[in-house]
Design a protein around this ligand. Sequence first.
Ligand code: FAD
Length: 536
Amino acid sequence: MIRINEVKLPLDHSEVALHDFVINKLSINKDQLVDIHIFKRGYDARKKNDIYLIYTLDVTLKDVDEEQLLTTFANDHHVKASPDTSYQYVTQAPENITERPIVIGMGPCGLFTGLILAQMGFKPIILERGKSVHERAKDTFRFWRTRELNTESNVQFGEGGAGTFSDGKLYSQVKDPRFLGLKVKQEFVAAGAPAEIIYVSKPHIGTYKLVTMVEKMRRKIIELGGEIRFETRVEEINIDDNSQVTGVTLSTGEVIPSKHVALAIGHSARDTFKMLHDKGVHLEAQSFSVGFRIEHKQETIDAARFGKNAGHPLLGAADYKLVHHCKNGRSVYSFCMCPGGVVVAATSELESVVTNGMSQYSRSERNANSAIVVGISPQDFANDPMQGIALQRKLERNAYVLGGSTYDAPAQCVGDFLAGKTVSQMGDVEPSYKPNVKFTDLSTSLPDYAIEAIREALPAFNKKIKGFSNADSMLTGVETRTSSPVQIKRGKDFQSINTKGLYPAGEGAGYAGGILSAGIDGIKVAEAIALDMLNA
Ligand code: FAD
């Protein structure tokens, strides 16, 4: 097969345009072209009224000497041999293997660690503190309705992990020479995700589809001999005098032995981070970001990004990605943008308010939202990982009080925030956060440098997205869990640098930042565990 990159065609090109392009590009006749497979489709909307689709194509030819053709195009970097993107298992477990690896956490990272281990014949035991996704969904929606928080079953904790109630964006900037992201997406499609996630450049799944997919993937792991235990919190990692993991102790007191433990606990398991710190597992402080969710009408973003093409079915609801470097040395950026979505209450601790965003596959809610956050570096919290967690917690508890101590979130219109005014009323943009918001002064909700930076950034963003800093755009606080404040350092063998047999993985350990990269990291960790188990 031959791959052709950067094929640029107008947004409304005809069905035959791709065929015509390939035939002309390769100077072949139409009978020699057997099939065109779209490997990737993105768009270039830098000129909003002149938008182009950008394709990467894999074409199957007949009666063509492909080697000769590649020689002809040797100096054209747009034409290459199509790479082999199929996933190859690194090993297979022997029938008589007795040790079972343990995976802690069933977010995307733990899910893929468990799935790949199971597919290789190692029968993993997956331990998840939260409930199965169906039960968890009930607890999460109950909290949003009634303000009753279950600290073990919520947006952060439970089957599917933190990204379950999300927009389900599936792109990442991690280097992926082995196409592991494709393996993640193929497993998602096998579990019911729309097939287009394989080839569109910014795929998303939406929250309801994710819930049913996670259930199907669970069934697959169990069919392959894996075991999954919900409502099972790991209280302690057991480590012998040679710094070798020997197993885990559960909150029930039960001990499960294993010399191979994947730690895919996400960024919100603060009690587990503390346990690891107390046990002497090597942790380091890591940068994270804090800020607000901003909401606009989706039509404002669509018009700014797509102009007359707003509403085009191939473009969907518009997104954006913004960054501004401030005079005070801080950077402000947009994060986890959710077109046509809602702002959600994402705390896992009592008397705390944390925001995040989610949407359905259709992205048809009236508002667009994203986090507008300011980077915080370890120097801001004495380079101490526990202090980073303490800072997050302080801001979340402060937001709870600002919101009226009822789990309502503190909110303010952008106009009032920029003018330093305390209160006002809602304008055209109705806040979507549930249970509710309380209008207040957000300037005390974050460190002064963060407020100063966001006040500088919002008007700058308005130059890129017209309407961004409109007076009635809505800010809801606080966004504190953009990434883990902790890195659990691992070596090239994927094991903790001071605890053998412990495999820190995914976002909580600092090795992923999103659903796709967490899944990719899960595959890598499964491979490392499998190879080590066979060498032992
Ligand atoms: P997690 O998903 O956090 O999973 C960790 C799991 O470990 C949890 O289920 C937890 O219950 C369990 N656990 C923790 N401690 C223990 C213990 N001691 N014992 C047993 N189990 C334990 N990313 C995207 O790419 N796209 C998006 O659209 C997107 N939207 C998001 C929306 C929301 C509301 C949130 C909260 C996050 C979103 N993210 C999104 C981020 C994404 O969800 C995370 O990057 C991803 O889930 C990290 O995966 P993980 O497996 O490393 O950790």
